[in-house]
Design a protein around this ligand. Sequence first.
Ligand SMILES: *Cc1c(COP(=O)(O)O)cnc(C)c1O
Length: 323
Amino acid sequence: MTVTLEEIRAAQMRIAGKVARTALQPSDALSQRCGMPVYMKMEHRQPTGAFKLRGASNAVAMLGKDQRQRGVVAASTGNHGRALAYAAGLEGIDATICMSQLVPHNKRDAIAQLGAQICIVGDSQDDAQAKAEDLVAQHGMTMVPPFDDAGVIAGQGTIGLELIEDLPQLDTLLVQLSGGGLASGVAAAVKSLRPQARVIGVSMARGAAMQASLTAGKPVQLREEETLADSLGGGIGLANRHTFAMCRDLLDGVILLTEQEIAAGIAHAYDEEREIVEGAGAVGIAALLADKVKPRGPVALILSGRNIDMELHRRVICGEHTQ
Ligand SMILES: *Cc1c(COP(=O)(O)O)cnc(C)c1O
């Protein structure tokens, strides 16, 4: 059930040329503050604005001929849905993204513009998920899950290969932690290539389902709460197959952040690094600013996405955002 270094290397070959090989950029401001070199992996620069394109592209590239003809489906309206629509579109494969009527029109339009079929149903994410499962049962479409899928995890893991290539002396990696596809894949790659490196997950304190599950020793469900790091929301699935065990076995710890700390991360990214990132993208920076990790060697963090509402971004960097 775990994803191996070989699978991650195979993913790297499959997605080469389809996703950006992003830069690892030093941060003078954070390095000075931490007294150790700090580097940022610029995943927010991927087409579609988030690292999710790696996992989606790998999953799409692994489809057989039959599966390609029948198309792919997902119920995510966020970065995974966008990535899957884009990756399938590049290969001429039909993608259907199911969403509830509550999803705003601008989000529907953005996904439709990538060439995906939009399927609007019900008034909750659960309704959309049920519809996606119907499409799998009725039309033989292939579901591409956002995190708990070996192909998706291997795709996200390619970030780890690039990190070690660019920073062989990596000591501490801060990685976003939600469903755990990113953390599982990246930790699998990093721990295989550099076992002495620490890999620490970072989540928002509001509804950190993986952290609660790791503490409980099994997947548990939490009530979902509103957070600035909206891309980190949602559960890990009570029938989790891969990411719970991988995070349990590979992560050296988990840091939880308040909304205020996440806001400080977004503001730092803008003011000091001149980068626009969403809340989830800023949590690595936020963990350092909040002194929640003790750097003891070169640190890397991931700017995982930039798909933030720009009006919200303006309020955050002006300090007008309150919880
Ligand atoms: C999905 C996502 C994450 C979290 O990834 P998981 O694999 O669910 O843990 C972090 N940041 C951004 C921008 C995302 O879209």
